[in-house]
Design a protein around this ligand. Sequence first.
Ligand code: ADP
Ligand code: MG
Length: 230
Amino acid sequence: MSTPVISAQDLRKTYGRGGGSFEALKGVSLDIAAGESLAIIGKSGSGKSTLMHLLALMDEPTSGTIELEGRDTATLAGRVLNRVRNKTFGFVFQQFFLTANQSVLENVVLPLKIAGVPARERRMRGMAALEQMQLADKAKNRAVNLSGGQKQRAVIARALVNDPRVIFADEPTGNLDTSTGGVVEDLLFRLNRDQGITLVVVTHDEELAAKCDRRIHIKDGLIVDEEVAA
Ligand code: ADP
Ligand code: MG
């Protein structure tokens, strides 16, 4: 078997300290294979977002290890960590909003700007990502003027622009109506299928979860069940 893209061992996460502390993850181990699509499902408050934040190196576990392509990430810090995260991952998170008054293209190329990519190349790659999301005609519009589905496609274009190995999506269709959500889902799975981008998605949506290669059920901070597509 090839090295997993992400390998997590015995992840625990406690928020706060003393009497008011809360153990949101209680020992989660998980390997994510390159190119797979993985759904993380479970009730609200079960620890899904906490797990995703740890896997995406956006927060540190209280204990446990996370390897990225066989390399222990505990040794990464500061600028190096930011660069690795920015280069390796794309994010489709509800809390990562578009900047309303900037153009769609400016929003999409932000990860490239952070990575220090020159303006001309940013523009080319940003437009290519928007084309993949069938949103090139909106490049110059202000983000605030997009519909819900268009906004989410712009967010996916931004997640895609740095040519990531893994896209993390937290409830990517949560705020969309069924048909708009379906379009967004199809685009995400197309990236997984056609470009081999690993897809890790937190969802309440059974149909979306059913489309993934593998489903992990989280309950009270633990993996309680796992299903692999037949
Ligand atoms: P889910 O995404 O499954 O709804 P979360 O991972 O967001 O669950 O949260 C798991 C538990 O941890 C919840 O009880 C939540 O209230 C708690 N929690 C999450 N983030 C924090 C935080 N920053 N401080 C304190 N408690 C938190
Ligand atoms: Mg959540």
